[in-house]
Design a binder for this molecule. Sequence first.
Ligand code: HEC
Length: 161
Amino acid sequence: MLNIRPGLCILALMLTLNAAVLRADEAALIQRGKYLTLIGGCNDCHTPGFPESGGSIPEDQWLTGVPLGWNGPWGTTYAVNLRLLLTSMTEERWLKFAHEIKARPPMPSWALNAMPEEDLRAIFKFVNKLGPGGSVMPPYTPPGDLPKTAYIEFVPKSPKP
Ligand code: HEC
């Protein structure tokens, strides 16, 4: 019994250290997710008032979706609520979804398609740390149908001669 104890103590210490390392890894991944969300421009379209405020919207309001339509030849799209979307998915489902997504403009699907798994996991962890929040955004409206919300006309215009 007496000579088992030191072994148990070492084991307990190793488990504690291991848990601490895992927590530190998780925290680093969440921080990276926040960084990628910022430089990936996700807030620019998916967070209400973000560009207008010079990026000073509090983190707990990030990525809740914007009910302002983007109207163009593709119809009218809305930057969805990523908080509700990502907290309703498993991490594995998100990886597949993000790699295969082909959304309508102006969503830069190619940015998500190009992200390595590690980066997508980081974004997933960050959004899940924020948790669900906000409400579901209006549905996509096909070309020709008038949007039921305020919208931005995303069509190039030539100067009048
Ligand atoms: C220029 C604006 C813009 C930027 C920047 C942007 N998005 Fe989007 N996003 C949209 C719009 C608009 C839609 C809806 C497209 C549609 O209806 O097909 C969308 C759709 C999505 C969807 C698909 C949701 C679904 O249910 O199909 C995901 C996931 C997504 N965005 C994640 C991101 C992430 C992550 C970033 C940052 C890397 C990002 N977006 C950057 C505008 C943007």
